[in-house]
Design a binder for this molecule. Structure first.
Ligand SMILES: Nc1ncnc2c1ncn2[C@@H]1O[C@H](COP(=O)(O)OP(=O)(O)O)[C@@H](O)[C@H]1O
Ligand SMILES: [Mg+2]
Length: 372
């Protein structure tokens, strides 16, 4: 292995919310610390974004998937290009891509496992358009090692959040996932359930808005406790980790079905599904974390929703401190893109970068593929 050096890395990420391509120019150091130089949120062109939602809905042909793999590669290259025009080329681009399907279950066909995941936005397109070495396809190797290919960000959480006692690093993106860090055992993590995706869906349906800005709509509504109790009975919340989920499970059909027993006021619906995200996370800590947490540190877009944060505070035992990534000097907005910058740095040097305690893999492997 080459001697490790600090590298400039652009991490590129678009999550299940599909709200933007997050591009984070970072300096990654040999001790695996990572300094954010500049981050941008690059918006997908509207028709491309609409097409991604068609892919999510399963309303797409193989031709659509094929074309979108290249089209999204171009969008990711453009997002990186904004940073490159200001700061010059990085040593590495590390692109998560856009997940369009995630199937972490061991179903078999003719005895062959169908466990799989698909992130599109071809890395050769990014490498050719930018002229930069590009790492992509981080999830597959973990699945091949018997894992779920997720959550991957735990690897960065473990490196970046030094802890006294036991802390939970809670990301609230489209889906919500937690990493538990202790001084006396390896980090572990799993998806706690929906993050913003049900809120976003309902905001779109009832208010024709992409999300509940600053939780204003939830604030004007009232939680319907009996509907909330009913939503909390979903099997996913009771399943033991390792577990990950996505839009395949918390799908439009799932949400529409749930809405059949919803209260009539749309504001109450938004308040209740906002409470659901917080309550399912708090319930997951109680059920699956076998140690007393001192702190919960929230990141991702959900950290910007004060009503969601208020609900989380109310569902957590009083002795747990509730913070955000910003309290640790890490951007709520760019943490995931930064995490992929770190994962790409490790791929470049051949450093194993999955955490079997989080993904369920049988061994440490080097995640990622390199395009020149
Ligand atoms: N100011 C805000 N108020 C309320 N919600 C917000 C705010 N900013 C972001 N969000 C929520 O965060 C989501 C994006 O979070 P993000 O961490 O980027 O998720 P993903 O990783 O799935 O892309 C948005 O879709 C929205 O629901
Ligand atoms: Mg996002």
């Amino acid at each position: 292995m080459n001697e490790l050096e600090s590298k400039k890395v652009i991490g590129l990420m678009s999550g299940t919310s599909c709200d933007s391509i997050d591009a984070a120019l970072c300096e990654v150091h040999p001790d695996l610390s990572c300094k954010l130089i500049k981050g941008i949120n690059y918006q997908y062109p509207p028709h491309i974004r609409a097409k991604v939602f068609q892919l999510f809905k399963g309303e797409a042909s193989v031709k659509d998937v094929c074309q979108m793999n290249f089209a999204i590669g171009k969008c990711f290259a453009q997002a990186a290009g904004v940073l490159i025009s200001e700061f010059g080329k990085p040593d590495i681009i590390a692109s998560h891509g856009q997940t369009i399907y995630h199937f972490p279950f061991d179903e078999k066909l003719d005895g062959i496992s169908l466990k799989s995941t698909l992130q599109i936005g071809d890395s050769s397109v990014i490498a050719q358009e930018t002229g930069c070495l590009t790492v992509s396809n981080f999830r597959e190797a973990d699945i091949c090692a018997g894992g779920q290919g997720a959550p991957l960000v735990c690897f960065a959480d473990e490196k970046w959040f030094k802890c006294n006692g036991n802390i939970a690093v809670q990301n609230i993106g489209g889906i919500a996932n937690v990493t538990v860090i202790s001084n006396d055992c390896p980090a572990f993590g799993f998806d706690t359930g929906p993050g913003n995706l049900i809120i976003d869906y309902c905001m779109n349906k009832f208010f024709n808005k992409p999300y509940d800005e600053d939780g204003k709509t939830a604030e004007s509504g009232k939680v319907d406790e009996s509907w909330l109790d009913c939503l909390m009975q979903d099997d996913y919340y009771f399943k033991n980790p390792p577990k990950t989920t996505g839009r395949e499970y918390f799908s439009p059909q799932y949400i529409e079905n749930a809405l059949k027993s919803a209260p009539s006021a749309p504001e109450d619906i938004i308040a209740t599904v906002t409470a659901l995200t917080a309550k399912s996370a708090a319930a997951a800590y109680e059920r699956f974390i076998d140690r007393k947490l001192n702190e919960v540190i929230v990141g991702g877009g959900g950290a910007y929703n004060p009503v969601l944060m208020k609900f989380l505070r109310s569902y957590l035992p009083k002795y747990i401190e509730l913070k955000t990534h910003e309290d640790y000097g890490i951007s709520n907005n760019f943490k995931e893109a930064m995490a992929f910058a770190l994962l790409g740095y490790c791929t470049y040097y051949g450093i194993p970068n999955n955490l079997p305690s989080c993904t369920g893999a049988s061994k440490r492997v080097v995640l990622g593929k390199i395009a020149y």
